[in-house]
Design a protein around this ligand. Structure first.
Ligand code: NAD
Ligand code: ZN
Ligand code: ZN
Length: 343
């Protein structure tokens, strides 16, 4: 079968021929119907060898997956052949206290979380193995190409926002920094979960056009004047819930400078920025946290929001042979919403 692999440090990902896997005990083999292209893949491929902490090379990329069941290994019988599914990506041990809560993203097993496309072979291939049936969510009537980004861009955004639900509601302001794959979905989730006013900030006017289309009330260019403009938009009160999908020094700084008293700052982007926390470093009662992906129940919930018509993912599609181009376009900031590979 064809697969897109990161083969050697510093190399571009390439399409290669590898054997089609077969499911072992408890595993499910999927024919991949859609695989999302995430900015985190660019971070993986930019990681210098001494800091690289992902799966051994060559690594088949793709941690956002939709597919149909082909066959199941011994002991797996809940999903008949041809069932369309989405894949929950942060595979944990399934047994520890975090996994018992469905938070496999925070699995405490020594082996840790081992997601497809990050630690083991992923979805950028004609077929993929899923390690356990509990990592499948029925797709039912949803279109796989439209829905595949729900498994990370949607799930991660939903988990981050769900944890700040007490800061949403009448009269509140929410800010999304970075209106890309995650951010454009986050705007829609914020609208669905009851933020009164949603502000989007991005360095690109065109990304802000998409932000407005999907429901942002105000759009702000993320430059030196952004903090003042956001201050004016909130009549000086500041922003109640801030979601940073970039996470650089500059964007976490912006988040800190516009937070309201009692505000929530959630750092999702892998930009390595640091925000000082301490007496008077942030507005009083402000909380700062970072999040990784989401829980199994979060995935069911964000899929429900999509099924209810509350989330529309903007997608551009590429065939598998063209996947390297999709990554180039993402790196150049040319993708609006999510690039999706259709093998
Ligand atoms: P993307 O490339 O689709 O979107 C990033 C957006 O940020 C773009 O619209 C870009 O124009 C904008 N941007 C860049 N610099 C900016 C700045 N200084 N100020 C404002 N906007 C800026 O990326 P994505 O796939 O949506 O991923 C976003 C980030 O989230 C990445 O760092 C990714 O690795 C990370 N991520 C984290 C998790 C997690 O679990 N924590 C999960 C998925 C992705
Ligand atoms: Zn991702
Ligand atoms: Zn676990």
């Amino acid at each position: 079968m064809k697969a897109l692999q990161y083969t050697a440090f510093g190399e571009e990902p390439t399409v290669v021929d590898i054997p089609r896997p077969s499911p072992g005990p408890g595993q499910v083999l999927l024919r991949v119907t859609a695989a999302g292209v995430c900015h985190s893949d660019l971070h993986i491929m930019a990681s210098p060898p001494e800091e690289y902490r992902y799966g051994p090379l060559p690594l088949t990329l793709g941690h956002e997956a939709a597919g149909v069941v082909v066959s199941s290994g011994p002991g797996a019988d809940r999903f008949p052949a041809d069932t369309p599914v989405l894949v929950y990506g942060p595979w944990g041990c399934g047994i520890c206290r975090s996994c018992a809560r469905g938070e496999e993203n925070y699995c405490t097993d020594p082996a840790g979380v081992h997601p497809p496309g990050i630690s083991v072979a992923g979805a950028m291939a004609e077929y993929m193995l899923v390690d356990a049936e509990r990592h499948l969510v029925p797709l039912r009537d949803l279109d796989p190409v439209q829905a595949v980004a729900l498994t990370d861009a949607g799930l991660t955004s939903y988990h981050a926002i769900n944890g700040s639900r007490h800061r949403l509601g009448a009269g509140t302001y929410a800010l999304v920094i970075g209106a890309g794959g995650l951010g454009h979905i986050a705007i829609q989730i914020l609208r669905a979960l009851g933020a009164s006013t949603v502000i989007a900030a991005d360095v690109s006017e065109e990304k802000l056009r998409l932000a407005r289309e999907v429901g942002a009330h105000h759009c702000v260019i993320a430059n030196e004047a952004a903090a003042d403009e956001i201050g004016r938009l909130t009549a000086g009160a500041g922003v109640d819930a801030i979601f940073d999908f970039v996470g650089t020094e500059r964007t976490v700084g912006l988040a800190g400078s516009v937070a309201a008293t009692h505000g929530d700052i959630v750092i999702v982007g892998v930009g390595n920025g640091a925000l000082p926390v301490g007496y008077r470093r942030q507005p009083f009662e402000t909380s700062v946290r970072s999040t990784f992906w989401g829980s199994r129940s979060d995935l069911w919930e964000v899929v429900d929001l999509a099924r209810a018509g509350l989330i529309r993912v903007a997608v551009e599609t590429h065939p598998l042979l063209d996947a390297p181009t999709a990554y180039k376009r993402l790196a150049e900031g040319k993708v609006f919403g999510r690039a999706v590979i259709v093998p």
